[in-house]
Write a protein that binds this ligand. Structure first.
Ligand code: GLU
Length: 283
């Protein structure tokens, strides 16, 4: 077939676009059809969700299986979106990469102990909150010097880059403490156990997850004086209001039908005091 130069150029562009779509292997955001993730996910019956891989109780990868409260939330909302949880591809979403993973279309949703705040809302949209945590401190079980945020002067703290926890330390105690930042909280645990750092700081339920690990029982303790409010949201591409409204209603369903309380007890222990359900706030 003979094509004019203009048509030939057009055909080349179309072929390239097809090739990019075909080999992209990207999340639903990059797939064709529909403006809103809820529509595209339902049509394709698949979702790519960013979670934590190293936070017991919240998001943990063990071999090929994924467990934690965030995974239960992911499974629940996926089902409501018309996606079989078996068709979820979980990707690791370290704290510092969550906005970029969403913006670049590498994941459809981030459900990863992800605090809703104004800074992040400039780049991504949130549904929720589906839980409200608070920043706390994890120390060695025999530590009597650190009793709360007022006893950190001169101490060595560990937290994670790109987290609100590290940001709080930098904002409040820049001159009083030395802050070691890693890519994930599990990396801080080694330092705490071998004494190179004095405390780990992040959300109370993350810290409780580490303290409850069989290997750490009796060795570590959560101080138990929270000093921030960390409302966890589900992050997705900025401006997708249809997805936001849908996810907000699915979170409410999860709270109302008992699955939410059941997921909290399953992941944090039968004794976990299920808090009041967080109100879905204006976003
Ligand atoms: N919730 C806080 C945040 O989103 C700390 C936990 C985390 O790093 O995932 O930054």
């Amino acid at each position: 077939m003979r094509l004019s130069p203009v048509l030939r150029a057009g055909a080349l562009v179309a072929a390239l676009a097809l090739a990019v779509t075909a080999c992209g292997g990207k999340s639903q955001q990059a797939a064709a059809g529909g403006d809103s993730l809820v529509d595209r996910a339902k049509a394709a019956n698949k979702l790519t969700i960013g979670i934590k891989f190293d936070q017991p109780g919240i998001g943990l990868k063990t071999g090929d299986s994924y467990t934690g409260f965030d995974i239960d939330v992911a499974d629940y909302v996926a089902k409501k979106m018309g996606v079989d949880p078996k068709n979820i591809t979980f990707k690791q979403a370290p704290s510092a990469q969550r906005e970029d993973l969403i913006a670049q279309g590498d994941v459809d949703l981030v459900i990863a102990s992800y605090t809703i705040n104004d800074n992040r809302k400039q780049k991504v949209s949130f549904a929720g909150p589906y839980f409200v945590a608070g920043q706390d401190l994890l120390v060695k079980a025999d530590n009597t010097a650190i009793t709360g945020p007022d006893s950190l002067n001169g101490k060595k703290l560990c937290s994670v880059s790109g987290s609100t926890s590290a940001q709080t330390v930098k904002t409040k105690w820049a001159n009083d403490v030395s802050l070691q930042q890693y890519g994930g909280y599990s990396e801080c645990i080694t330092g705490l156990l071998n004494g190179t750092i004095d405390a780990i700081t992040t959300d109370n339920i993350i810290l409780q997850g580490y303290a409850s690990q069989p290997a750490n029982v009796g060795k570590l303790k959560v101080v138990g004086k929270t000093f921030t409010s960390e409302p966890y949201g589900i992050g997705f591409k900025k401006g997708d209001t249809k997805t936001q409204q849908a996810l907000d209603s699915y979170i409410q369903n999860m709270e109302q039908d008992g699955s939410w309380a059941a997921a909290l007890k399953k992941n944090f222990g039968a004794d976990f005091k299920v808090p009041d359900q967080p109100a879905i706030t204006e976003k």
